[in-house]
Design a protein. Structure first.
Lengths: 429, 542, 112
């Protein structure tokens, strides 16, 4: 059986044109997916975990695991709920409700990806657009600190480089593509121009560009420290001012290196400045399939996109205080519930060491570093494959994930709902 | 079963003006025959139908970007969770649970989300579903939609009509919303239009053509609410002329002009900026096809947010505050700029006066509604104060003394003696909006109405009276008592399904696929998932 | 033993991304996340052949991985996100929530 218009939830592209062939509850073939999406759709068909749950590594029933999770969470004084980037908005809502009921901290993968972008939005705002505006109008496309060839493989062909747009019927021929990065990545092959900036010097480049766009003098020696020449920056500034529609895709090269939120603020301010001359937008290259979803759910339900604490019964926000890396590295959390994320593989070492020390509960679709160290692990059904629900693309376009096969395992939403219900019963609230 | 006994009832649709009456509720509806059940003794209290928030930006991607952008709006205003309520934050861009509870505590039971884009309709519904208690619907942005412009350019009225009908149902939306028609299309290239005859960019279609064609579509589809129009040139001195032109353009067809204060300016620049309310009110008085809402300014912090991208950018340049913009492919835009209205600012003072002038100079309260264009003019929390300004001319005069004296010379406000009475307040906050929206079972207390009832203490000071209802009843259930939420329950979402020629779908599918970046099949909202408690409001000849 | 300072960039790679789905305990992911890429010049300076084992040290931890050659500027090394990279990253986020994940100094030496 072939199912079309399937939505892929692996990366922030959220491609929705996948065509999946399913036979006897297995995905046999996937068309239109990139290598990452393909692995996502087909890789899950061979889930190796057989037990719906484990407690201390031993197989357990879902009920036992839920009870143990509830016991851990209700006896904790400062629990942390973390992750939520590879699950549906419906599950994310349950997680926020649970955090509120527990008086817990809740943080999502945003804090280690585009949290700095969120901080920049708070300072200066965000001049942006949806990806179709890029497809239809952009004649200048800049990827800064982003390597879509490996992180968002269909970004070029679906959105920004090759597609024929309403005002760009010539597609690739009508666009100039610039890649700015510290190293020549495979994405450079798609570019007309590669600018190699020194690590940690993006802010200086962006600020110099602002000056050049505004016609202000810029010190050549200062620019040289960035790894680029004044001539290169002048050229880029001129291209930006004279294009008809420019877009700057901002990647983790900006959020995770020196400057962090200041780099993104510089991007947004530069793009804002350019709107005095032409049409220009910035789009953050959100990574995981539904990390934009958790930002959105948290923002509309709590007011803040990440790093929230409910200890006082209402949402408080403080990056550095209520964000996962900080809470864990300082040893403050005394229990963790991880959903659809693998912090043991990806968070800094001090955070991971603390995760190991405290009781950790994890919901995930297959074994991971985190499931291996967890006290309680619950196997859940993969979203967009066996579970329907809402997902948000990197540019905030909401789509509904389809279900193409059945899973013996419960959804994240179902498990969180059960945990929440039991927590409420115990806390009598 | 519920009886609201012996209150002083204001039910303008049924002509009840302060009579002491009992109201009977059965199964969530108001019924004529007496029932047995819980009695709420409303003796000495004022009883009105539940309030209708007629135009507010509270749900969707633009609002959420506003929340993300404004942690400073949330920090000091917090709502801890209770045994009954979820927690929340915020003043002008409050989180969703807090929004629903705040509206309910003010005695409001129905909400119209002012603007949602088709591509983001799912997001609007997700947030609406997290706004507790209140019944709701949203207005669908169409005035710069690619297909709308295209069918108008091709003079293909039939296809336009079927497309609009299809789009409304596909999005689970309620009404046609038009924002800066043609202007937002040009904003996609960084430009704007200034009058009704400058064309859009993608198609050579003028604002005039957009407004007139969509007004005709509304008529032919029998949609319950007229086209809801945010005029061109919002925020610009002298724009009252554009507003008048827009009303004239539809030549007798039903039209609703929204937040007219922002489009009610005389003068030519900020130095001779003055009120254009008198001329607009005179036109409204003479043309029963027109309804307006005022968009009253409230001094203090606001978060301006509209689909009027170019206007928002302009405001950013004027005040220098942070700016967000989000252009939605093929459909519309959205812009956000925090702002603050200041009493001693000459322009803000005149703006403040204009909203009041409109309410005082439009004679028929059935055609002028109380809004602040939340959160643009002010937060809806300010409704009780605005009601007092309309009801109490001495108070109005006092407040006028505290604002910039330009109000005395550049507006008519000081000459306006009219005072609204409770009956008229009930019209501009309940009965009138319900009628304009075509919501037959809202805004009144006659048999068949939804049992949405607000019971106010009888206090001389209208601001105090309206600030804290004694009881708020929703679908016959008491949800608020003395300012506290006592029951949390979800409301319903209204939408329209006008019916369309299915041929429109293959007509647009191919072009859609070329223009958009999603599959056509994934575009329509799955109503059973996103409108779990939905109610179709019938279309028909009006 | 010659040890040498490089600036480390951690990030996504295709194989690492695929490995997330096909299984983090599988060889593909393990290899992809335990491969330190550097320029030929840096390999030579360290006396390394592609495929050799190296120890990477940062102020926060150390890890042992294999090395390979890539088109990188001198002085810059790349390691895909994963358990090895995480060993090297500290918990200080400078009140942003975001640790220093890219562009920090490491010491690299050959493991014999």
């Amino acid at each position: 059986m072939q199912i079309d218009h399937v939505v892929c939830a692996f990366c922030g592209c959220v491609c929705d044109d996948l065509s999946v062939t399913v036979e006897e509850n297995h995905v046999l073939e996937v068309k239109n997916a990139c290598i990452l999406g393909r692995a996502w759709m087909i890789g899950h068909a061979g889930q190796r975990e057989e037990s719906v749950a484990r407690i201390d590594g031993q197989p357990a029933t879902l009920e036992e695991a839920v009870e143990e999770a509830v016991r851990i969470l209700t006896s904790a004084r400062y629990p942390l709920i973390y992750g939520l980037s590879s699950t549906t908005c419906e599950a994310q809502r349950q997680a926020v409700a649970l955090a509120e009921t527990l008086g817990a901290c809740i943080d999502c993968c945003t804090s280690v990806c585009h949290g700095p972008t969120g901080l920049a939005v708070q300072s200066v705002g965000e001049p942006t657009c949806t990806l179709g505006e890029v497809k239809n109008r952009a004649d200048l496309v800049i990827y800064w600190g982003s390597n879509p060839a490996e992180s968002h493989p269909r970004h070029f062909v679906r959105y920004a480089v090759t597609p024929k747009g309403l005002f760009r019927p010539g597609g690739r021929k009508e666009r100039t593509v610039v890649v700015v990065d510290v190293r020549p990545t495979p994405s450079v092959r798609a570019a007309d121009l590669f600018l190699r900036v020194r690590p940690g010097k993006d802010f200086e480049c962006l600020w110099a560009l602002r000056a050049l766009v505004a016609g202000r003098p810029v010190d050549e020696a200062a620019v040289a420290q960035t790894g680029l020449t004044l001539a290169q920056l002048r050229d880029l500034a001129e291209r930006m001012k004279s294009c008809q529609f420019g877009v700057l895709f901002a990647g983790l090269g900006l959020t995770q290196s020196r400057g962090k939120q200041m780099n993104l603020a510089a991007v947004f301010l530069l793009v804002r400045d350019l709107n005095a001359y032409t049409k220009f937008a910035a789009i953050p290259m959100r990574g995981h399939g539904n990390v934009t979803g958790i930002d959105n759910v948290m923002a509309w339900q709590t007011g803040y996109p990440f790093g929230v604490n409910f200890s006082r019964g209402y949402p408080r926000y403080n990056p550095g205080e209520y964000t996962a890396v900080d809470i864990l590295s300082r040893g403050e959390a005394d229990a963790t519930l991880v959903i659809a994320a693998d912090p043991a593989a990806n968070l800094p070492r001090p955070a991971v060491e603390h995760l190991r020390r405290i009781p950790t509960i994890v919901l995930d679709v297959q074994p991971s570093e985190t499931t291996r160290l967890a006290r309680v692990s619950i196997t859940t059904a993969p979203v967009g494959i066996a579970v329907e629900g809402t997902v948000y693309r990197m540019d905030n376009v909401p789509l509904r994930l389809r279900k193409v096969l059945d899973s013996p395992f419960p959804s994240d939403e179902e498990v969180l709902r059960r945990i929440l219900q039991r927590v409420k019963e115990i806390k009598k609230c | 079963m519920l009886i609201v006994r012996n209150g002083e009832v204001y039910d303008p649709r049924n002509g009840i003006n302060g009579e002491k009456r009992d109201i009977y509720v059965r199964d969530g509806k108001i019924v004529a025959e007496p029932v047995q059940g819980r009695v709420i003794d409303a003796s000495g209290m004022i009883v009105m139908p539940g309030g209708i928030e007629f135009h507010a930006h509270v749900a969707g991607s633009k609002v959420n970007l506003g929340r993300k952008m404004r942690p400073e709006d949330h920090r000091d205003i917090v709502f801890p969770r209770t045994a009954v309520t979820r927690s929340g934050v915020g003043h002008t861009v409050s989180s969703t649970f807090a929004t629903g509870y705040a509206l309910a505590r003010l005695g409001y039971t129905t909400l119209m989300e002012a603007a949602g884009p088709p591509l983001g309709a799912r997001h609007v519904h997700e947030e609406l579903n997290d706004i507790p208690i209140i019944d709701k619907a949203f207005f669908l942005l169409m005035g710069n939609n690619h297909f709308v412009l295209k069918f108008i350019a091709e003079r293909d009225f039939d296809r336009l009509k079927h497309f609009v009908a299809w789009l409304l149902e596909a999005c689970g939306a309620y009404a046609i919303k038009i924002v800066n028609p043609a202007g937002v299309d040009t904003w996609k290239w960084g430009r704007n239009v200034e009058n009704l005859d400058q064309p859009a960019a993608t198609f050579p279609v003028t604002p005039r053509e957009i407004v007139v064609n969509l007004a005709r579509v509304q008529q032919e589809l029998g949609l319950p609410h007229p086209i809801h129009v945010h005029c061109n040139n919002l925020g610009v001195p002298g724009n009252a002329q554009v507003t008048l032109e827009t009303m004239r353009a539809v030549d007798g067809l039903p039209i609703h002009i929204t937040h007219v204060q922002f489009n009610g300016y005389g003068g030519t620049d900020w130095t001779d900026f003055c009120s254009g309310a008198e001329e607009i009110a005179a036109y409204v008085n003479d043309h029963p096809n027109v309804t307006i809402d005022i968009g009253q300014v409230v001094f203090g912090p606001v978060t301006t947010m509209t689909a009027d991208g170019p206007w928002q950018y302009r405001l950013h340049k004027l005040c220098g505050h942070k700016w967000a913009n989000n252009d939605i492919e093929n459909e519309t835009s959205g812009g956000i700029v925090p702002y603050k209205f200041v009493r001693k600012n000459s322009v803000n003072a005149v703006q403040w006066a204009i909203g009041l002038e409109l309410a005082l100079m439009v004679n028929d309260p059935w055609r002028v509604f109380l809004t602040t264009d939340h959160p643009n003019g002010g937060p809806f929390h300010a409704y009780p104060d605005i009601i007092k300004l309309l009801m109490d001319r001495d108070y109005r005069a006092e407040v006028m003394e505290t604002v910039h004296r330009r109000v005395q010379t550049h507006t008519q406000l000081k000459h306006l003696d009219r005072e609204y009475n409770l009956y008229e307040i009930a019209i501009i906050t309940r009965a009138g909006p319900a009628r304009a929206l075509g919501l037959e079972h809202k805004g009144h207390l006659g048999p068949g109405a939804d049992a949405d009832i607000t019971i106010y203490p009888k206090i001389d000071d209208p601001a105090e009276m309206f600030r804290q209802p004694r009881y708020v009843i929703k679908d016959g259930e008491v949800v608020v008592e003395d300012g506290r939420i006592v029951q949390d329950r979800p409301g319903r979402t209204f939408y329209v399904a006008p019916g369309y020629d299915p041929q429109i779908v293959p007509t647009i599918r191919e072009e859609f696929t070329r223009l958009y970046t999603i599959s056509f099949e994934n575009y329509p909202v799955q109503l059973e998932h996103y409108l779990p408690r939905r109610e179709v409001i019938p279309c028909g000849n009006r | 033993m010659a040890s040498y300072s490089l600036i480390l960039i951690t990030g996504r790679s295709t194989k690492q991304g695929v490995g997330i789905s096909s299984g983090k305990d599988q060889p593909e992911y393990q290899e992809a996340t335990r491969l330190l890429e550097m320029s030929r010049a840096d390999l030579m300076r360290l006396g390394l052949q592609p495929g050799d084992t190296v120890r990477i040290r940062s102020p926060f931890g150390e890890t042992t991985v294999r090395c390979s050659e890539a088109d990188l500027p001198e002085g810059l090394a790349f390691l895909a996100y994963g358990p090895a990279a995480s060993q090297l990253i500290g918990g200080e986020t400078w009140a942003t929530g975001m640790p220093d994940t890219k562009g920090f100094e490491i010491e690299v030496e050959k493991v014999t």
